[in-house]
Every structure is written in structure tokens, then in C-alpha cells.
Design a protein around this ligand. Structure first.
Ligand code: SF4
Length: 697
């Protein structure tokens, strides 16, 4: 009887960027169970294990239930919210006064709502005058952002999930949707066109095994491969000249550039036989609706932006864009990475604007009714530059919100050493037990997904509402209310007079986007969004046509000057860390399961999810290497890189090629080993390739 629901509310899931809608069944306002929403256009009645267990992770014993302040004894002690907020203001203001605005920074997340992001970004930059802020979205989709911005003039993933069903050739690059985006994969399975599914990946992932073709390339040879494919398409006359002439620029230079990527060169770079490359070209040439889909294998690379653009270039030159079933499509990772792209006030000025554009600054100041002098006229540091700033002592105060940097940051040992130099570290999180919260001077206990409301924007640009279905434990507050409290204690509360509820902030955000590519000024509030089953941007007042999905660029108009997309390219760079006799294996990293999320911060709290995944870190080793080294599944090895040494269980499997090993990202050990290299355009870290040694223990 106690668990018998009396009402139901629809709420968007708070894990991944698929953005499934869940029906949360309530008793006395508390979620007692949930099921997948059958009619929502994203998930059509499906959910993955993480979604099904979303309520179970909220009642963990290590939830942060009261603010904690580190005392002179070096321990964290409970304090009141008044003490926590006044200490935050006193410490950060003192640092800023002594060392200037460059001495403070925040690191946010892709896991909070659009309204939370907007509040954090506006409070941080406009209210507190903190110059530098970035988010963990730098680790997941910064490369796609930079690639789209440069090629199209705006960060605009062009697709809808319906495109999975409409394509006849789907090319997945560095992506494993079978486990990373299982509901999107189900959309592929619904495709009735008997599509060719081609997976480009060094590893025989679950998706590669389900594909019609697996191109098991040498790690980091994909840029050469796509230039070679472009060369062959040009040589064989498979170019849509009309499209290229009318809607793009820079093709002639690209045509010359790719000439050196002969079949023989690409075969030698990638390890693929010439016949496999020719067959790949024939598939693209013969496809009527060809789509490219990528995730972290592309984004998390020292040359990810040019790699993403190598696929954009192929789509542009073959006219595979702006039509159903086509597109160069980046699949986002976190539930609200897209919201962060538009509203976090870090890389872009609120609402898809530009800090360097005076007109944009004036528009934002007018809508927010703040003095334009509060809006910075320069871009701020990215995540890695903030970490460098901490390391060099320039940054003295750091505020980390809903991310576990001490686990997830590339080459995490350096991060952990760097934060010891801070004068004051604030961590705002739903758990006090994360590796990062344990390092904090002040822990601010935050409500989780399900304990607050707001909006998320998923990978296909769909804005959905997430609802409060659970009471936050103890004295934990929603991020939104923490920001309101800190604004008051900082003395800038008046600036946020109208920011009294998440829905009112959402209405402000809708107004801010007016006349930008992401214009959602046609929306009136959460009720409107829920009634429509989520809405994809753009959604202006004239877009209220009842369309259930839409793809961008169907009119051939891009957001660059002259409305033309541009071909961009550079030659591949040498590997930052090639293997050698001391470190003879390539370490690949990635997701290991659909049952865990990122650093397992939340998902490890579910008994069900824990049972679906090995408790301890493991390393996949090819049988040939295992035999040579006398390793068996279940034995222990030490895995060492130039950054550190960890122990891992051996899993002997042909999933990895000889000379390569794979470790999942979900365990804290993995990022002791990874190497901090960054794409020069996006500043996204390159997690996917470094040199390691294995030693039996
Ligand atoms: Fe859907 Fe992603 Fe949530 Fe799973 S984690 S239910 S795929 S949104």
C-alpha cells in the first residue's frame, strides 16, 4: 500500500544526452517507481538500466545533507547554510581583492539544468566578477562545438533521432551506441531500409559486432582515412557540384589538399586493405541518405576538430546534409551538455551569443537589465587553462559544481596535486564522498536530479522538462537556491531579482535566444514544453506548426557570412605519445557498460547497476599478447604510463587488437594513466591514446 502510486508525472532522465522521458509514479508527491514514457518522441517507451534505476540512487547514505567546512584540525565539520554562504563570500572576495579577478574560477558540469547553468554563469561572471569558468562539457563535446562553429557559423548539430531510421548508410566513428546510447541504437534497429552500418573503430565494440562492416583502423588514423575517402569520391565523380557551388566555399583548396591521400597511403596509415577502403567509398557513393555519427573517439582527440570536419566535409561535398537520414552528427554525452553549450556563459555568452560582439553584449545587458560593463568583452580560460592556472598559483579560489574532476580529469594525478595549492576549494555536489569533495575546504550539499525542476536539452536539440519527484535529504538545497543564497551573501542579489523560480529564468532564456539560430522565443513556459512532448530548437513563434521533428539546413543556408558552409582541413599531426620499448602498448579508454555512468558517482549507488558491471578495474588484453606474457583472465597486472602505475584485472579478449589494451573510464585508476594533450581549437582533452606498459603482478 505504501508504494502504491496515486499520480504520475513525466520527467526527462538526468543521465545521458539521449533525453528519454520517464513516467515517475508518485505517492504523496514522492516518486515510488517509474516506467518509460510510451508516447515521448525520443524513447518511445524504452529506457536503459540507468534510467530504470534513477530513483534508487537518491537515498544513498553518503548523500551530502549539510554544509561542511574544513576546520583547523583538517577535518570537515557540519556548519549552517549562513556560515557556509558567508564563508564562501568572505574567502572568495578576499582572494579577488588581493590577487584580482583572474585568481578565481569555477568548473561546472553538463548535469545540471539550463536554468542552473544560466544562474551559475550569470552569477559568476556578471555578479561576482569571476573571470574564468568552464564545465566538464569540455571533456565531452567541446570539439563538436568548435567544429560546427567553424564550419557552419554556429554550434548546430543538424539532426533528429528520426534520421537513425531514415538513413540507408550509417557510419559510426569512435562511437559505441549499443552501450553508450542504447536507446539511440534501438532507433537504428527500427530502420526499415536494411541499412548498411559501418563502424570505424580500432576496437571490436558491441556496435562493431552488430554492424554490417567494421573498419578496425589503427588508432588515430581516421583523419587520414576520411581524407582518402574524400579524394576517391572526387576522383570517381561522386560530388554534388550544384550543392557545393551554391552552399559552400573552400572546396577547390580541399580538392587539392586531399590529393596526397592516395589509397596506398591511407592503407598504410590505417592498416586497412585497399579493398576495404574502396568498399567504404562505394557505400558512401551509392547511399541515398548517408549519415555520420560520432562521439568521444572523435571528440576526445588532440586533433578532434579537424577530424569532425573531415566528416562534415564529406557530407557537404556529397550533399548529405539537410535531408532526412543524412548529416555529420555529433552525439552528445551528458543529459544537458547542449544546455551548457547555449546557457552556461562560459565559452559563449548566454543564449548562444558571443562575448567579443558588442551588439550581443548590449542585447544581453538590456534583457537582463544589468549594466553592460558587468559583461566581459573577452573569452575566458578553458578547463585545462584553469587547471594550469591553479598549478601555477594564479588561481587561488576554485568552485567545482557537480563534477568529480579528481577522478575524471585527464592525467588526474596532476589535478590532485594542483588543487592542494589552492587557498580555498569549494565543492557543490549531491555526495560528500566523491574524490573531489574529499579535497574541499567547503562542501555545499546539493539536491539531485529528481529533487528539483528545470530543463535539459538533448542531443537532437530537444528541450524537455525534468520534475521534482523526491525530497532532497537533510539541508541539501537545489543548485538554483544555492546560487540565490550565494548571490545574496555576495551582495549582488538585486541583479537577480527576477530570477526567483526556474521557470521564470527559463522565460528569460527564451527571450535571450531571440533571433539567434537557437531561437526558442516561441515557447511560453514549462507547461507548453510538456504539452508538446519536448521541443527542438529553433522554435520561434512562426515555428508552431506541430512538426514533431526537424533537421537543420534543409534550405542550404548556414550561419556564416554569405550563409555558406566552409571546408576546413589540416594534415594529421604526429602521435603525441607513440609506443616505445618502455611503453609498448597503446591504451584505449571508453565506456564499458550501459549500466554505469561516467565516474559511477551516482550509478554505483544502485545494487542492480553494480551487479551488471565488474566491481574492480580491468584491462582488456588481446589473446596473442596475453599468451606471450603469460597472462590469463582474472590475473592481476600493473599498468603503467609516464603519469602513474595502477593495478588492474586482466580480461583476455580479441575485442582489442594485438599491441592495444582498453580500460573503461568508470574506474578512478584509468585517468592516472591518460595523457593531457588538447585539441588546439576546442581545448578538449585527448583521452583515447597513450603509451603504457603491462607487468604481471
Ligand atoms: Fe535514456 Fe540515457 Fe536515461 Fe538511459 S541514461 S534512460 S538512454 S536518457
Amino acid at each position: 500500500e505504501r508504494l502504491k502510486p496515486t499520480s504520475t508525472v513525466d520527467s526527462v532522465c538526468g543521465f545521458c544526452a539521449t533525453g528519454c522521458s520517464l513516467k515517475v509514479h508518485l505517492r504523496d508527491g514522492e516518486g515510488v517507481n517509474l516506467s518509460a514514457s510510451p508516447a515521448y518522441p525520443v524513447n518511445l517507451g524504452m529506457a536503459c538500466p540507468k534510467g530504470w534505476e534513477a530513483l534508487r540512487v537518491l537515498d544513498a547514505p553518503d548523500r551530502a545533507t549539510e554544509p561542511l567546512l574544513r576546520g583547523e584540525d583538517g577535518e570537515l565539520h557540519p556548519v549552517s547554510w549562513e556560515k557556509a554562504a558567508s564563508t564562501f563570500a568572505k574567502k572568495f572576495k578576499a582572494i579577488k581583492e588581493r590577487h584580482g579577478p583572474d585568481s578565481l574560477a569555477w568548473l561546472g558540469t553538463g548535469q545540471i539544468t539550463c536554468e542552473d547553468f544560466a544562474f551559475l554563469g550569470a552569477l559568476g561572471k556578471f555578479g561576482m566578477g569571476i573571470r574564468h569558468g568552464d564545465g566538464n562539457t569540455r571533456q565531452c563535446m567541446a570539439t563538436a562545438v568548435a567544429a560546427y562553429k567553424q564550419s557552419f557559423g554556429f554550434d548546430a548539430p543538424p539532426y533528429s533521432y528520426q534520421d537513425y531510421e531514415d538513413s540507408d548508410v550509417l557510419v559510426f566513428v569512435g562511437a559505441n551506441p549499443c552501450i553508450a546510447h542504447p536507446i539511440m541504437w534501438q532507433r537504428v534497429m527500427r530502420n526499415k531500409n536494411k541499412p548498411e552500418i559501418i563502424v570505424v573503430d580500432p576496437r571490436s565494440t558491441e556496435t562493431a559486432n552488430a554492424a554490417t562492416t567494421h573498419l578496425a583502423i589503427a588508432p588515430k588514423s581516421d583523419l587520414s582515412l576520411f581524407y582518402g575517402v574524400a579524394r576517391e569520391l572526387i576522383a570517381q565523380g561522386h560530388i554534388k557540384r550544384d550543392y557545393v557551388d551554391r552552399y559552400t566555399e573552400g572546396f577547390e583548396g580541399f580538392e587539392d589538399f586531399v590529393q596526397e591521400y592516395t589509397l596506398e597511403k591511407v592503407s598504410s596509415d590505417s592498416g586497412l586493405p585497399v579493398s576495404a577502403i574502396e568498399a567504404f567509398v562505394a557505400s558512401i557513393a551509392g547511399g541515398k541518405r548517408v549519415s555520420f555519427w560520432w562521439t568521444m573517439g572523435v571528440n576526445q582527440s588532440y586533433e578532434g576538430v579537424r577530424l569532425a570536419q573531415s566528416m562534415i566535409n564529406i557530407c557537404l561535398m556529397t550533399g548529405n546534409i539537410g535531408r532526412p537520414g543524412t548529416g555529420p552528427n555529433s552525439i552528445t554525452g551528458q543529459c544537458n551538455a547542449m544546455g551548457s553549450r547555449l546557457f552556461s556563459n562560459t565559452t559563449s555568452l548566454l543564449g548562444g551569443h558571443d562575448f567579443l560582439n558588442e551588439g550581443h553584449r548590449n542585447k544581453v545587458s538590456e534583457i537582463l537589465k544589468i549594466d553592460v560593463s558587468n559583461i566581459p568583452d573577452e573569452n575566458c580560460w578553458a578547463y585545462d587553462q584553469i587547471v594550469n592556472g591553479v598549478e601555477s598559483g594564479k588561481i587561488k579560489g576554485l568552485w567545482i559544481i557537480a563534477t568529480n574532476s579528481a577522478h575524471s580529469w585527464v592525467g588526474q594525478g596532476r589535478f590532485r596535486d594542483a588543487v592542494k595549492k589552492l587557498e580555498f576549494l569549494v565543492v557543490q555536489d549531491m555526495y560528500h564522498s566523491t574524490e573531489t569533495a574529499q579535497l574541499a575546504d567547503l562542501v555545499l550539499p546539493a539536491a539531485s536530479w529528481g529533487e528539483k525542476e528545470g530543463t535539459f536539452i538533448n542531443s537532437e536539440r530537444r528541450i524537455g522538462v525534468t520534475r521534482k519527484v523526491h525530497k532532497a535529504p537533510g539541508k541539501a538545497l537545489s543548485d538554483f537556491n544555492i546560487f540565490r543564497l550565494l548571490a545574496a551573501y555576495w551582495g549582488c542579489g538585486a541583479m537577480f531579482k527576477e530570477w526567483d523560480t526556474p521557470e521564470n529564468v527559463f522565460k528569460i532564456l527564451c527571450r535571450l535566444t531571440k533571433d539567434r539560430p537557437c531561437d526558442i522565443s516561441g515557447l511560453s513556459g514549462y507547461g507548453d514544453l510538456s504539452a508538446k512532448g519536448g521541443v527542438q530548437w529553433p522554435y520561434r513563434s512562426e515555428d508552431q506548426d506541430g512538426e514533431t521533428h526537424r533537421s537543420l539546413f534543409s534550405d542550404g543556408k548556414f550561419y556564416r557570412p554569405g550563409c555558406k558552409a566552409i571546408f576546413l582541413y589540416d594534415h594529421p599531426k604526429p602521435l603525441p605519445e607513440p609506443t616505445c620499448s618502455n611503453y609498448p602498448f597503446v591504451l584505449l579508454t571508453g565506456r564499458g557498460t550501459s549500466a554505469q555512468w561516467h565516474t559511477q558517482t551516482r550509478t554505483a549507488k544502485s545494487d542492480v547497476l553494480r551487479k551488471l558491471y565488474p566491481k574492480n578495474v580491468y584491462v582488456e588484453v588481446n589473446p596473442t599478447d596475453a599468451e606471450r606474457m603469460g597472462l590469463a583472465s582474472g590475473s592481476l597486472v600493473s599498468v603503467s604510463s609516464r603519469r602513474g602505475v595502477v593495478k588492474a584485472g586482466v580480461f583476455v579478449t580479441p575485442t582489442v587488437q594485438p599491441g592495444q589494451v582498453f580500460m573503461p573510464m568508470h574506474y578512478p585508476e584509468t585517468n592516472w594513466l591518460t595523457k593531457p594533450d588538447f585539441d588546439p581549437h576546442s581545448r578538449q582533452p585527448s583521452y583515447k591514446h597513450c603509451a603504457v606498459q603491462l607487468q604481471p603482478v
